[in-house]
Design a protein around this ligand. Sequence first.
Ligand code: WTA
Length: 655
Amino acid sequence: MKATSQTEIHSYLQENRIFSPPDAFSANAQISSMEEYRALYDRSIRDPEEFWSQIAEQLHWFRRWENTLVWDPPFAQWFVGGQTNLAYNCLDRHLLTARRNKAALIWEGENGESRTLTYFELHREVCKLANVLTDLGVKHGYRVGIYLPLIPEAVISMLACARIGAVHSVVFGGFSAEALRERMNDAAATVIITADGGWRRGGVIALKQSVDEAATGIPSLRHIIVVKRLDHAAPHSWVEGRDHWWHRLLAVASAQHDAPPLDAEHPLFILYTSGTTGKPKGIVHTTGGYMTQSYLTTKWIFDIRDTDTFWCTAEVGWVTGHSYVVYGPLLNGATTFMYEGAPMHPAPDRWWSLIDRWGINILYTAPTAIRAFMRQGDSYPAKHQLASLRLLGTVGEPINPEAWMWYHQHIGRERCPIVDTWWQTETGAILISPLPGAVPTKPGSATLPFFGIVPDVVNRDGESLPAGEGGFLVLRSPWPAMLRTIHRDAERYAKQYWSDIPGCYFTGDGARRDADGYFWLMGRVDDVINVAGHRLGTAEIESALVSHPQVAEAAVVGRPDELKGTAIAAFVTLEAGTKPSQLLKQELRDHVAHEIGSIARPEDIRFAETLPKTRSGKIMRRLLRDLAAGQETVGDTTTLEDLSVLACLREDEET
Ligand code: WTA
């Protein structure tokens, strides 16, 4: 069937009863019907403390909490007085069970090599690194940077930090030296764990070289631990006493390590994400609440079983990698699968071959990847059985019905439910999602809130909007995995998230609710853009552009893109005397990639004499967005002198 419109797709699904999940899934561990979901949801929001307490009890605590929630808006503390250890819960807890020698982690590298670590083996490596870090002087609360490719050492590093109470801050390996420096400096990291390089699309990413470049600007940095990943490493320097090979340190480290009890509110990680200013925000997550919610969402939303191999395709540098590559699956004693390389490298059917060869049961990925595969045609997945798959998930951006349908037919073989999961770096875990076997899906909708979560669609005054009306997506009450603050900037935390809409956490997303109460996400409504499921701040890209000596001013907006969801379009005015040219465009693109990373490289650059501004001097972004989307044609594509005329015409609209 070739359905094109959403209505056609809906009727196809209804006729084929795809809305009612197959019997195999009615076995969802706890929730097996919509009635059950509704009853438990009602209970969970009537008494969230009771609900979350019961869940937290399923995990190991060295000391039980006294207060489940202390809510001093906008600051929340969960499981106050309780002591636990996240790494203990991910590893040690399983060592006394049949999971002891089960694969905790299966990894395949881009070049086809693979490694499997059982719970026992992973525990040993984590204990060794915990001892190494302690010997290097890393204490409780110190920050450790992790700048690695997607290799098992990334997981070992995160768990070792969590184990000793050091705060990890993972920086995606695709970020530049400059981006790394800015983040590590804000975190005041004393140690960075990196590799001599990583593989991506057959090429080598020179990670250690970037760390060397960044290191001179990070005064707090004392040690760099380097994983040997390549036979012929990219050139990099070596500073005796500061730089250490991972394998040398671990070879002599003891594998005995007792996980210390840590306070529930002990900081677990800082993850930098883009906001509406040029400066990335260090989102702070703590131990007990994050643990409880990443555990439960993995268990119920992915209906995880002991036999499951779970593949979340995210890099660990993003929050999805934290919660659903590492912590969620390991807390549940599942097997987590990691693939280092790019999706279509070296062969276009690489992913489908991985699923086939490793017997993957759950695949969790982003709509952009699905659209890219869809574009390649149906023949690549068709070459593989994919019989092991029983559940699919998506995250990171709204999924268009066409991509949903393709995923459902060609990957899920009309057999696997799809969970479209909405959440953010700040929320720590999934907040809106279907539950397989209970909450029926509608393609393109993240459906209903998870237990204990109270989302709403409101206007600027915080008033709930009726079904069908678009507005701001907010959360009305605190949840265990919520961010606690922005690192070193509690004021920005309060202002950014809790002041726009009275009494609510504002997500920055637009949404509407349908007559069944289902949530439909409509994209960001602030100056954040979502490129291929990666979050970028327009202000960050603008400041990268203006740091180029020939740029006077820049404005960056998103424009719709069939593949990436949103593409980056930049409007640039040049310093007097500089001539626009194709060469300069290329130079500016490369400059942004150098300043931030290639994910931020603008797709379009347009030179303009002036940028359109309102009388009060505000850049007219809506006008630029329309222009970038090609909804209005003005002059040619290289110079846009008519902008000021257009600006006058549109002034009233934008003020
Ligand atoms: C978007 C990624 C629609 C949203 C976990 C949010 C989504 C931003 C969905 C957070 C979804 C995430 N449907 N949009 N299922 N999931 N988003 O912090 O705009 O990298 O605010 O966290 O991604 O991106 P972040």
